[in-house]
Design a protein around this ligand. Structure first.
Ligand code: MG
Length: 162
């Protein structure tokens, strides 16, 4: 049995100078980080929501409300790990993940392999199961932030796979 999940997230750039920009758990050399209650890792948020959505679980905002102080400046890896825990509890595994990162700046290409390796490590899959691509806005959405769409495909683990 297969289940597909769609994830979307967007964050504006932070005005304050010293917030690092994180994408997929990778620190990007860029003067602005992303605004958000947590560390603002827009890519990890979209992937977390895609996995939760594929499972029919509550979404990231329901599980980790921005109104709760405990998630302030939290590492987004925590959110993703909880989605993976729920996926494993439900006996599913990731077949593949495909992500589109929409922004004019920073350029994604120089970080592509590093982000793929980071995601594969966090998701406990092979790098060939992960795809990311940067796309410029071409007039869509604001230049002052980053948006991400992603799809994830899950497969039920059969007893013979274990
Ligand atoms: Mg978010």
């Amino acid at each position: 049995m297969f289940r597909i999940g769609l994830g979307f997230d967007s964050h504006p750039f932070e005005e304050e100078k010293d917030k690092p920009l994180l994408l997929g758990g990778v620190k990007i050399d860029f003067p602005k980080g992303l605004k958000g209650h947590s560390d603002g890792d827009v890519l990890l948020h979209a992937i977390t929501d895609a996995i939760l959505g594929a499972l029919g679980e509550p979404d990231i905002g329901q599980l980790f409300p921005p109104s709760e102080e405990q998630w302030k400046n939290a590492s987004s890896e925590l959110f993703l790990k909880e989605a993976i825990r729920r996926m494993e509890m439900a006996n599913y595994k990731i077949l593949n993940l495909d992500c589109v990162i929409i922004c004019d700046r920073p350029k994604i290409a120089p970080y592509k392999e590093k982000i793929i390796r980071s995601l594969a490590n966090l998701l406990k899959v092979h790098p060939w199961q992960v795809s990311i691509k940067g796309k410029t806005r071409e007039g869509f959405c604001s230049e002052e932030g980053i948006a991400v769409f992603c799809n994830v495909l899950l497969q039920k683990i059969q007893p013979k796979d274990v």
